[in-house]
Design a protein around this ligand. Structure first.
Ligand code: FCB
Length: 428
């Protein structure tokens, strides 16, 4: 397979039009913008064919998207043929365009019934996820060769089980630890069933990684907490991939030791989602969440999600991801900005880091920009603009941004045939 060059989306963020835990959350006014609703998001449900037709113009040979469980399994154990057919149509259509699909099974959203049954704290969630994975695998078949079971499980747990910020809105490390164990087991089970149904497919997790720094370099406590944050957020999951054991803790929050012997063999690749660097500061209160600070030491200006632009951190997290001993797919990397010049710089700078890592022999197999089109950015609503194509939310018209050309141009270099210098590195 040649180097994968693509863009990422998730179902709820571009299609909306689902009744799930996030629609509930919106009705409870838990987003940052009062009254904001995902609705039809970017209108992709009606426009997916036209949106897919944009992919070749980006030089993309791959596309990462997610399937929405609340549509596929509207009642526990009842699967919608219509929803499955719609996903099959998409995968077929990508195949006709020569685009490799990367299918995500869980990207933050859940059917409402899932929480009524205890969510991820309920051990039955594991078998239920296996069954869901099997049904989707049977529907999509051998056309879908690359699978992401879980998107950012650590982000989901920190936000949903410890920080109380996203569904299910808990604030308990102990509950998060129970959910973590079941998520890891659900991944193992889903990977097994995917490989059984689609021999030779590749399965992984998309892992959000941040570059961690102490807020005050001279403070021993800040340094200590930055290391602890890095372990909790970046490293613990990678260690579990290497060893089958996960030691997940943060000072003052709690500690969980989980044995998942089947975990290493269930990961064919590690997916890396990288956006930014955070600074950690001891504020006199223990706890993991709410202490991640975004700073702008180089005065480049923070992005529209308030994140630092820090390509050097991309290098650091790619090295860390290498410790898992697996091929790496950069499953997300992107910037929210209305200033498309910043996006062009962001793309070039991160591509440079990517090229250096490849030249050093890192086993990186692909890169996906977040995102194809502007979309619904969870708690932030529609304000942040991540797209290579702008969306006019009044008409759902798409307009190509100049950064789309930069993305295509970079892609030509990373996917060029072996005779060309840049791709000899990409192939290693
Ligand atoms: C990631 C999420 C993705 C998107 C980007 C900006 O953490 O996986 O859904 O919201 O951030």
């Amino acid at each position: 397979m040649s180097f994968l060059w693509g863009v990422s989306t998730s179902s709820y963020q571009v299609e909306g039009a689902a009744e799930n835990d996030w629609t509930d959350w919106e009705r409870q006014e838990r987003l940052k913008v009062r009254g904001q609703r995902c609705g039809q998001a970017s209108g992709h449900r009606e426009r997916w064919r036209a949106d897919f037709a944009l992919l070749p113009s980006l030089g993309a040979n791959s596309y990462r998207f997610s399937v929405e469980r609340s549509a596929i399994e509207p009642e526990p154990g009842f699967f919608s043929e219509d929803a499955l057919r719609a996903e099959r149509d998409r995968v077929d259509s990508l195949g006709r365009l020569g685009i490799e699909p990367v299918v995500t099974l869980h990207h933050f959203t859940h059917p409402q019934w899932f929480w009524a049954r205890g969510g991820w704290e309920n051990p039955d969630s594991v078998a239920a996820f296996r069954r869901y994975a099997a049904v989707v695998a049977d529907a999509l078949g051998a056309r879908a060769r690359i699978w992401v079971t879980l998107n950012e499980p650590i982000v989901f747990l920190l936000g949903g089980y410890i920080g109380g910020l996203i569904p299910p809105g808990h604030r308990s490390f102990a509950a998060a630890a129970r959910a973590l164990e079941h998520l890891l087991r659900a991944h193992i089970e889903a990977a097994a069933v995917l490989k059984e149904r689609i021999p030779g497919c590749h399965v992984g997790i998309a892992h959000n990684m941040l570059d961690f720094a102490p807020d005050r370099r001279e403070s021993a406590l800040d340094r200590r907490l930055a290391r602890a944050g890095e372990r909790l957020y970046n490293l613990a999951l990678l260690e579990a991939m290497a060893t089958g054991r996960m030691d997940w803790s943060f000072p003052g929050e709690g500690r969980a030791r989980i044995e998942v012997p089947g975990f290493p063999a269930s990961n064919d690749f590690v997916g890396v989602n990288y956006y930014s660097r955070v600074h950690i500061r001891f504020r006199g209160v223990p706890g993991a969440v709410g202490q991640f600070l975004y700073r702008d030491p180089e005065s480049r200006g923070l992005t529209d999600t308030g994140w630092e632009i820090h390509p050097q951190g991309f290098d650091r997290v790619l090295r860390q991801a290498g410790e898992a001993g697996r091929p790496i797919l950069v499953t997300e990397n992107g910037i929210a900005t209305q200033n498309d010049g910043l996006r062009r710089d962001f793309l070039r700078e991160h591509a440079l880091v990517l090229a250096h890592r490849l030249e050093a022999g890192a086993p990186i197999r692909g890169y996906f920009y977040w995102s194809l089109i502007d979309n619904f950015e969870w708690l932030e609503g529609f304000r942040p603009r991540f797209g290579l194509f702008e969306v006019d939310y009044a008409t759902f018209a798409r307009r190509r941004r100049p950064s789309a050309d930069v993305f295509a141009e970079l892609g030509r270099r990373f996917t060029a045939p072996a005779s060309e210098e840049s791709s000899s590195a990409a192939r290693r």
